[in-house]
Design a protein around this ligand. Sequence first.
Ligand code: DAH
Length: 340
Amino acid sequence: MKEKLQKIRENAIAEIEKSDGLERLNEVRMAILGKKGELTAVLKGMKEVAPEDRPKVGQWVNETREAIESILEEKKKKLEAEALRLRYESEKIDVTMPAEKNKHGNLHPITQVRNQLIDIFGSMGFEVYEGTEIETDHYNFTALNTPQDHPARDMQDTFYLSPEFLLRTQTSAGQIHVMEAKKPPIKIISPGKVFRSDDDATHSPMFTQMEGLVVDKGITLCDLKGMLDEFVKKIFGKETTTRLRPSYFPFTEPSVEVDVSCFQCGGKGCKLCKGTGWIEVLGAGVVNNKVLEGCNIDTEEYSGFAFGIGIERIAMLKYGINNIKLLFESDLRVLDQIDD
Ligand code: DAH
């Protein structure tokens, strides 16, 4: 019996040594110590051993078992350490390798300017109202004091979808929706796409505007001028000033065209301002009483001002873009340069 156990032990040691992985080692363990293992079989055969020899044989079996277990454990540790070493080796990072360049995009210039305008007007307390791109003739024109056959309709070449519906030609349509829905005080901006049948280096059939509307007690043209002075300094730089020129829009009276002092030459005259020292940036005015009355706002109590900014125009001026098409062509050589 002793010899048999010795054999089992030697055989086990050889098998354990040969094991080249944890899986194989487990197989070896099962073959010796498992339910159907060699050593377990010896234990099961104890009934055939003479009773007086049993304690002795039992002790041998236990010794053999302990010896095998301790060798198994040792080998297991070795194999685990080796597995870990291999893992570390395979996951090793060479920190001296040049880093892969992460190219990150930037927002489209129109979105950048739009966000800047929202930030500036937001800081002055304006709320954002977003209208719809399809409008009725009423909201886009009639309610803005531009009824059918009004000559001012010729100022904007309109895409009609039906006699009633059209693609809005101006974000001014939003003014009416806001005044119908809300009592003064009103202080909103309304950014969005507008559409006109117009196509050259500075005009595109689709472009972006931002409307502004303030209605409250005692609002005058001076409030408009003061707010514009603030606005142009924030968007074009601290030195920029404004100049108002008389103009005409059906929904404002008086109406003005707003120029800014040329931020490139400081007013001396250059190519950008065509030698005049001034650049036209937006239209504005005191809200026409007819428009307020149409929205049931008491003109004895309230007055307002409105303005409309062309976002492409501001972007082209700010970033020195001379053709509006560059803003719609998605050419990364252009777009990559503008990260403001
Ligand atoms: N809606 C005008 C346009 O598209 C721009 C404009 C001018 C808006 C004067 C206004 C304003 O609110 O007061 O040409």
